[in-house]
Design a protein. Structure first.
Length: 235
């Protein structure tokens, strides 16, 4: 009787263990935001920055940021990155870091927000803000820098809409100092088409030392929101 009772108890315990394991295997984990921080306070390269967080996500984000500057050498440090699920496939990346262009001594502070596609391990959309949170200084639209921004932005819009004539008008321009040699220049206005006009905004980075536009991202509303990040070719 003792052996039979022991066998029954063992059998019951085995069934209970199997049921518990099955429940654990199929229970869905809670959805939560993932906070990523660099292990090294100042990783010195793209590779080191990618190793401190999830490699695929960090590499995709750094690559997307770098393409905004054309063929120029760009180094990125990711100081903080948060990953929030957008759906079963995409995630929203947001955070802060620093960026260095070429062999410049300055690491420029940056903030970013991007969409990460896990199927292709790519970042099809990203927003990049260079500089601190300080408010920009408003300048005259007709100033040298204001006219240069309008001319450069006009060329980019015309290159996108080659099938029709377009005319860009900026109503407000601001500038913000970024590092020792760069200026972030922003403008808002409207683009006039044959069939009407659309609100327009542009965010650009100007290198005063080389008198060159390094990056120009604009947003144009034509019924639906559309945005374009266009890097100025390196001289």
């Amino acid at each position: 009787m003792t052996d039979r009772a022991s066998c029954c108890k063992s059998f019951v315990a085995l069934i209970a263990a199997l049921l518990l394991a099955t429940h654990s295997a199929f229970a869905a984990p809670p959805t939560r935001a993932i906070e990523g921080r660099a292990l090294d306070a100042a990783p010195e390269s793209r590779v080191e920055a990618a190793q401190t967080i999830d490699a695929a996500v960090a590499a995709a984000l750094i690559g997307a940021i770098s393409t905004q500057f054309g063929e120029r050498k760009v180094e990125v440090k990711l100081d903080r990155m948060q990953v929030d699920p957008a759906n079963l496939i995409d995630s929203i990346l947001s955070g802060e870091g620093r960026l260095r262009i070429g062999d410049d001594d300055d690491w420029l502070p940056m903030r970013f927000k991007a969409l990460y596609d896990s199927r292709t391990a790519s970042v099809p959309q990203q927003e990049l803000v260079l500089g601190d949170d300080g408010a920009g200084e408003e300048i005259q639209v007709g100033s040298v820098l204001g006219r240069a921004l309008q001319d450069q932005a006009t060329r980019r819009v015309q290159a996108e809409f080659v099938q029709q004539p377009v005319r860009l008008r900026l109503d407000r321009v601001t500038r913000t100092r970024v590092g020792k040699r760069y200026t972030r220049v922003e403008g808002v206005g409207a683009v006039n088409f044959e069939e009407g006009s659309a609100p327009f905004s542009v965010d650009a980075l100007y290198d005063g030392k080389s008198d060159a536009w390094l990056r120009m991202a604009y947003e144009l509303s034509t019924g639906a929101e559309r945005a374009a990040d266009v890097a100025t070719p390196a001289p």
